[in-house]
Ligand binder design. Structure first.
Ligand SMILES: Nc1ncnc2c1ncn2[C@@H]1O[C@H](COP(=O)(O)OP(=O)(O)OP(=O)(O)O)[C@@H](O)[C@H]1O
Ligand SMILES: [Mg+2]
Length: 252
């Protein structure tokens, strides 16, 4: 099952430059939360703070409180523990190119010392089914490489890879920006189904996409969360003038 994500007064820096200011919000369990806002406003930084990827950048740091269920992300846990529970899918599909489809999906489990081959077969199949890719690859799963798939298939493979370790939260940073409309449609449909099992936080530049897939939407501007509400409210009657300007295209 998905768990909720609760963020309180999160600040983040790259060296001396502050990228996030006092972000407070909650992503509800088994729902999708969309993050929108102009380029450079801190959306990627924010999601990377949730699974402690932010600290992998030299000189970068964050403070504040992030709770994933009852697990405190910045207090008494390791980054490895956190990333086991929070999966991530990136803007550009990044499968391991020379590995087979099977090995791509199994990679995380193998890394964690998982050896039961029969069980591994089941998990790979289940993950590929969840990612709506199984039917297209079931006959070549051990033969074809990650790189031999189309862009949309590669992105679904990356989703399967993230799901294989059974996270509770799935972070998606512009997962469709490199995809054509048909592949995008498939991923959106998938997000809809994944909500039954996972909590989803998705960064998107596409406002139609936000309104199609997410129950809640947050609008970021210059490192601040300007407004957070039900998606419908954000896109029809936002409370803040800056949100309204952005969604109506009057921004900038
Ligand atoms: N590795 C980095 N080192 C230094 N500064 C960074 C780094 N990554 C991002 N920043 C800065 O942090 C701020 C927020 O960037 P971020 O990538 O989070 O924005 P974003 O909202 O995801 O933008 P986009 O929509 O273009 O992806 C920007 O000012 C950016 O220049
Ligand atoms: Mg970004």
């Amino acid at each position: 099952m998905g768990v909720g994500v609760k963020v309180e007064k999160l600040n983040a820096w790259y060296g001396k430059s502050q990228a996030l200011y006092d972000i407070t919000m909650q992503a509800q369990a088994n729902h999708a939360t969309a993050l929108i806002g102009p380029s450079g406003c801190g959306k990627s930084t924010f999601v990377r703070c949730l699974n402690r990827m932010h600290e992998t950048v030299p000189d970068a740091r964050a403070d504040g409180k992030v709770l994933v269920g009852d697990l405190s992300v910045y207090n008494g846990t390791t980054a490895v523990q956190i990333r086991r529970r929070i999966g991530m899918v990136f803007q550009k599909p990044n499968p391991f190119p020379t590995m087979s489809i099977y090995d791509n999906v199994a990679a995380g489990l193998k890394l964690n010392g998982f050896r039961d081959h029969h069980r591994l077969d089941e998990i790979v199949e289940r993950s590929l089914k969840h990612a709506a890719l199984w039917d297209e690859v079931k006959d070549t799963v051990r033969k074809k490489s990650g790189a031999s798939l189309s862009g949309g298939q590669q992105q679904r493979l990356c989703i399967a890879r993230a799901l294989a370790v059974e996270p509770e939260v799935l972070l998606m940073d512009e997962p469709c920006s490199a995809l054509d409309p048909i592949s995008t449609g498939k991923i959106e449909e998938l997000i809809f189904q994944l909500k039954e099992k996972y909590t989803i936080v998705i960064v998107t530049h596409n406002m139609q996409q936000a309104s199609r897939v997410a129950e809640f939407t947050g609008f970021f501007l210059l490192g601040r969360l300007i407004e957070f509400d039900k998606t419908e409210k954000i896109f029809t009657t936002p409370s803040d003038k800056r949100t309204e300007d952005y969604i109506t295209g009057r921004f900038g």
